[in-house]
Ligand binder design. Structure first.
Ligand code: NAD
Length: 422
């Protein structure tokens, strides 16, 4: 069995466990345990050398109970049918947790985009839209960027969609577009800003100040760098980063400084040398990084990095899942035993999809917001979701992940009841 298949089975187990805990019916569980619709396509692309290659592609829409599906499309060799099922289900939970009128979607093409020329990449992107055209649209399913896709690819998607549909300028069919073609201001920093907001709210709840709080951060990409920026601006101290070793792509290490790392210098090193690790400080191993005596540990790079091999050594008093799925089930069980609270990914990194939702609203209404408006709205909307997770955790005496699942599922269940589906 593939890793993604195991993840899907584990996710179903978690959904069942939480459904039972909150008293949801078996009929409800049977609906949400599988996505509503999965499209599988074979996309032929005429390559530059004259041959034709076909690429496997998928698009899953998990639930239409609350609204159109929303979620990214990744271009990666690791994409599988099971992976899009898992990720679209988690997207349903994420958007529902934020109280958005959306369901979860996810798609992908099995391809290494680095091996394609620009023309081949554009042809593949347009072919994907032709394959799923009847099942996307502002009120059906709204794809967005994900691993190895970006605003440029959203441009190809949007252009192809408009051409296929009689020229109707439905730019709200995709989000994550460039701001020059309808993208929202504030999207780039939205996920990191949201991670910071969850930590700030947690600190307020426990009656502590972020001033002087120490943190260790894995990954200094889009999510990690903005998370660090906002935390440091609020007085927290970044003691260590961990990232990919650019000289040895299959390994990673960390850099530590007890006086605090300077994030400007990290960004500068990344820009000038290609690696955020080319900074002054003590070189530490991955194991040493995860065992650091810091207040907050933030994995913001990859999935499955905290597991049964290293969770026992964690000394941080809060773990925040800035990346998707960085803590395995076994890792989480150990954190639970050690009473180390964990803020789950579907809450911590939900700022990105929230601002994508704002893009959708702005495209549909034709009225655009400035950066301050986006920021204030994100703070308000995420603040509400965070408070609700804390309250649900207390009400049901469950951890934050279970609380987030209960909240999300209860909204989907209510909508399904009102629609007469259960
Ligand atoms: P990114 O590509 O911008 O950055 C990834 C970072 O991880 C880089 O610093 C990279 O060097 C580091 N990294 C890669 N391999 C590593 C390894 N083996 N060990 C340690 N570090 C490694 O990606 P991102 O957009 O910041 O996304 C990070 C995570 O957050 C992913 O799990 C992604 O799915 C999730 N996420 C991102 C967004 C978003 O808006 N970008 C939204 C929700 C969730």
């Amino acid at each position: 069995m593939t890793k993604a298949y195991d993840q899907f089975i584990n996710l179903q187990k978690k959904l069942k466990e939480v459904s039972d805990l909150a008293g949801f019916s078996e009929s409800f569980y049977n609906i949400i345990r599988e996505p509503e619709r999965i499209i599988e396509a074979n996309i032929p692309v005429k390559m530059d050398d004259g041959t034709t290659k076909t690429f496997r592609a998928f698009r899953s829409a998990h639930s239409s109970a609350l609204g159109p599906a929303k979620g990214g499309v990744r271009f990666d060799e690791s994409v599988t049918y099971e992976e899009v099922k898992v990720l679209s289900t988690l997207m349903s939970l994420k958007v529902s947790l934020l109280g958005l009128p959306l369901g979860g979607g996810k798609g992908g093409i099995v391809v290494d985009p680095k091996k394609l020329s620009e023309r081949e990449l554009e042809a593949l992107s347009r072919g994907f839209v032709r394959a799923i055209n009847n099942y996307i649209g502002p009120r059906i399913d709204v794809p967005a960027p994900d691993v190895n896709t970006n605003a440029k690819i959203m441009g190809y998607f949007t252009d192809e969609y408009i051409a296929l549909n009689g020229g109707k300028n439905d730019i709200a069919t995709f989000t994550g577009k460039s701001t020059d073609m309808g993208g929202s201001l504030g999207r780039t920093e939205a996920t990191g800003f949201g991670v910071y907001l969850t930590i700030k709210k947690y600190y307020e709840k426990i009656g502590k100040s972020l001033k002087g709080a120490t943190f260790a951060l894995q990954g200094f990409g889009n999510v990690g760098s903005y998370t660090a920026k906002y935390l440091v601006e609020d007085g927290a101290k970044l003691l260590a980063i961990n990232s990919k070793d650019h000289n040895h792509p299959n390994s990673s290490y960390g850099v530590y400084d007890d006086k605090g790392l300077d994030i400007e210098k990290i960004s500068e090193a990344k820009e000038k040398t290609g690696s955020e690790l080319n900074i002054e400080g003590k070189k530490i191993t991955d194991d040493e990084f995860f065992a650091l005596d810091v207040d907050i540990l933030i994995p913001a790079a990859l999935e499955n990095v905290i597991d049964e091999t290293n969770a026992g050594n964690i000394k941080a008093s809060l773990v925040v899942e800035a990346a998707n799925g960085p803590v395995t089930e076994a890792g989480e069980a150990i954190l639970n035993e050690k009473n180390i609270p964990l803020i789950p990914d579907i809450l911590a990194n939900s700022g990105g999809v929230l601002v994508s939702h704002y893009e959708w609203i702005q495209n549909i209404s034709g009225s655009y917001w400035d950066e301050e408006e986006v920021r204030n709205k994100q703070e308000k909307d995420m603040g509400k979701a965070i408070e609700e997770v804390f309250a649900t955790s207390e009400k049901y005496k469950v951890n934050y992940r279970q609380a987030a699942f209960i909240l999300s599922l209860s909204r989907i269940e209510k909508a399904l009841k009102l629609r007469g589906r259960i």
